[in-house]
Design a protein around this ligand. Sequence first.
Ligand SMILES: [Zn+2]
Length: 410
Amino acid sequence: MRVLVGATLIDGTGRAPVADAAVLIDGERIAAAGARRAVTWPSDAEVVDVTGLTILPGLIDTHDHLASHGYSLAGRWGLEEPATTRHLRTAAAIRGTLEMGYTTLRDAGGLDDGFRQAIEQGLIAGPRLSLSLQIVSPTGGIGDRIAPSGHTCCVVADPTLPPNIANGPEQTRDVVRAMVRAGADVIKCATTGGASSRKGHGPRDPAFSPDEMRALVGESHGLGRRVMCHALGGRGLRMAIEAGVDSIEHGCYLNEEPELLRLMAERGIVFTPTLTVYEYHRKSASPHVRARARDLEGPHVASIQQALALGVPISAGTDAGGHGHPANAAELQHLVAAGLTPMQAIQAGTAWAASAIGWEREVGTLEPGKLADLIAVHGDPLQDVTLLQQRDRIALVIKGGATAIDRRAS
Ligand SMILES: [Zn+2]
């Protein structure tokens, strides 16, 4: 057993911080967490003095693309470098994300199950992964990669990332089954365009029909998988919510339809705004991407504020990958700027994120029985949430009771 003593504890539940805390770790799990005087440990436990630090649950990003390294089409097709180089680049992004305190991450498309196997076998260090493998969409949707010339690509199909274009209810079910067979924990789909999608398929342009979406959701749920749906606004957004998806990713124009937000609150459909990515798109070299990102900024923030007021569950997601792999906790800073309290932003990146993935029994808070995924940082993130983006402030990263990073000496 190991006990961390002396830190201030933010346990992820939203409860007020506890000064001079103790967190007792037994193997991979938490045995106790709270005020030091309320926690007892055996005399042979290893006592680690972390006085002056703040302990919080390992951070969770519910929308990332770890295997993406830019928006260029040639890059996305895998033409710009050998596959081995690309895979090692992905491994570096995975390790780097863990090193910044992210112990759980949901990949929203692009990462195959081999990376999870590599982490589990100890070949590379990385967070716990929930995988979607590929974005399911119909012909012309955002999963349908096609060049402005009309050409599709040339690369050999990769069985670890099954074909993702589905037309009609039958094919949609088949694609869902193939994703699950290849290791998907969650089905990612898209019912609208986005900021960076091709001209003509923008944030309010729909993809899929209601019967296709009902088939997709029904098949996914039948196989015990949640559905995370990229949807920004308009008819496609409504269709996704009415079809019963489990989360709306981006959701920029939810503010235009308060009754949809009420429906989300009622059904517990999670809203994953991704503020970090649109900051990047507002500076895009493509005029149509820049214009879309600037248009959606105000509505996106309004959507978050209305969602908060109505009690829609919110989870933090960066949509990292296309815009590189900067510090994922930038999203928490953006959430605070959008109106969450610092405590709510931390919950959006811990407990609320765990619920969004369906892993709330295992991770997201520091309570007895949960996996011992935690970080210890210099300073008070409730005073300054940006410190979670600073590598040298993240003194300790512990995943499943094992120390992944220890920067305390430096
Ligand atoms: Zn995404």
